[in-house]
Design a binder for this molecule. Structure first.
Ligand code: 13P
Ligand code: SF4
Length: 313
C-alpha cells in the first residue's frame, strides 16, 4: 500500500475528480479534512437536490448510506460512490419495510411519511419523504382529515407534532447521537453562557428542543449563523458542523453542547477513502430498479413540494 501525505492525496483527488467528471458531495457532519475538498457541503435536502441536478458523471458521496442511496435513486444514470461502504445510519436501520407494511394495514387511508434517514425498502412503502429542512412545512401541508404515519424518528416526529399540532402515528426509532443530549445538559450550558443562543437539530428529544432557542436542519444552522443575533452559539447537534460554521463565520464563538455528540458513522470517511473510491470507482451504491421506481416517488414528491417553500428552514 502506498502512503501519501495530505497534500499529495488532495492533488491526486483533484486530478481524478477532473478526469472522472466527478463531483464530491459532503454532509455537514463530515470531518473537516473531507469538507475542505468538497465541491458542495450541505444538509440532506441540499445534497439530494444537487445530486438530482448536477451534470457530473460520478458522485462521490461523503456521508452515510441512505444519503448515497437517495442520490443513486434520483440519478440512476450516474455512478454514486460511498467511500466507506459500512458508513450507515443507526436510525435508518431501526425501520424495515415489512413491519411498516403491517402498520399501514392497521391504518388504511393514512399518509405514510418517511424521514429521508430511512432505507430504500422503507421509502418504497411511503407517500412522502421529508428532511429536517422541510418536515414541518410538508406535514402542515397534508390535508387535516388524513391520518399520518411517521417513520422512523420519534424525536423529529415529536418535534413536528409540537410545531404543527398534527397528531401522528409514530415509529419508535431515534438517533443515538442526538439522544445523548439531555435537558440537564442544555440547562447547564445555559447557566454557563447566558448570552448565547442555543441552536438544536430536530432529532433531539422534544423536551430538549423545548429548552433551545432555535430548532433547524444543519443547512438552516449555516444560514442562521450568518445573521446571528449574538456572538456566542451553543451547538446542539453533531460536532462536525462546527468546522463549517467556524470557517464561514470565524468571528463567532461556537460552544458544543457536549463533546460527546459525535456520530461514529459520519466520522468514518477520511481523505484516503475518497482517493481510493475515485481510483477504484468503488464502493458503488445502486438500488435495484423495481425497488428504485417505488422508493424514488416519495423523494420526488418532497423535492416538488419543498421547491414551493424556499428558502429551506
Ligand atoms: P440534516 O439533513 O439536517 O443535515 O440532518 C441529517 C442527519 O443525519 C442528522 O442527523
Ligand atoms: Fe443517523 Fe444520527 Fe448519524 Fe444522523 S447523526 S447519520 S441520524 S446516526
Amino acid at each position: 500500500m502506498v502512503l501519501y501525505d495530505d497534500k499529495e492525496m488532495i492533488a491526486r483527488i483533484d486530478r481524478l475528480r477532473k478526469s472522472r467528471h466527478a463531483v464530491i458531495l459532503t454532509h455537514n457532519y463530515q470531518l473537516g479534512e473531507v469538507q475542505d475538498i468538497a465541491d458542495f457541503t450541505g444538509d440532506s435536502l441540499e445534497l439530494s437536490m444537487i445530486a438530482a441536478k448536477n451534470s457530473a458523471e460520478v458522485i462521490v458521496f461523503c456521508g452515510v448510506r441512505f444519503m448515497a442511496e437517495t442520490a443513486a435513486m434520483l440519478a440512476p444514470e450516474k455512478t454514486v460512490l460511498l467511500p466507506v461502504a459500512t458508513a450507515g445510519c443507526l436510525m435508518a436501520d431501526m425501520a424495515d419495510g415489512e413491519a411498516l407494511r403491517q402498520l399501514k394495514a392497521q391504518h388504511p387511508g393514512a399518509v405514510t411519511v418517511c424521514y429521508v434517514n430511512s432505507t430504500a425498502a422503507v421509502k418504497a412503502e411511503c407517500d412522502l419523504c421529508v428532511t429536517s429542512a422541510n418536515a414541518f412545512e410538508l406535514v402542515r401541508n397534508i390535508p387535516a382529515d388524513r391520518e399520518i404515519i411517521f417513520v422512523p424518528d420519534r424525536n423529529l416526529g415529536g418535534n413536528i407534532i409540537r410545531a404543527t399540532g398534527r397528531p401522528m402515528i409514530m415509529w419508535d426509532g431515534f438517533c443515538p447521537t442526538h439522544m445523548r443530549i439531555t435537558p440537564a445538559m442544555v440547562q447547564a450550558r445555559r447557566r454557563e453562557f447566558p448570552a448565547a443562543k442555543i441552536i438544536a437539530h430536530p432529532e433531539v428529544r422534544p423536551e430538549v428542543a423545548e429548552l433551545c432557542d432555535e430548532v433547524m436542519s444543519t443547512g438552516g444552522m449555516c444560514r442562521y449563523v450568518k445573521s446571528a443575533p449574538c456572538r456566542e452559539l451553543i451547538i446542539a447537534t453533531e460536532s462536525g458542523i462546527i468546522h463549517r460554521l467556524r470557517k464561514e463565520n470565524p468571528d463567532l464563538v461556537y460552544i458544543p453542547l457536549s463533546e460527546q455528540i459525535v456520530c461514529p458513522d459520519m466520522k468514518m470517511t477520511r481523505l484516503g477513502d475518497v482517493l481510493r473510491a475515485l481510483e477504484t470507482m468503488q464502493p458503488r451504491i445502486t438500488v435495484p430498479e423495481p425497488l428504485r421506481e417505488r422508493a424514488v416517488l416519495p423523494i420526488r414528491r418532497m423535492l416538488e413540494q419543498s421547491a414551493r417553500f424556499a428558502p429551506a428552514q
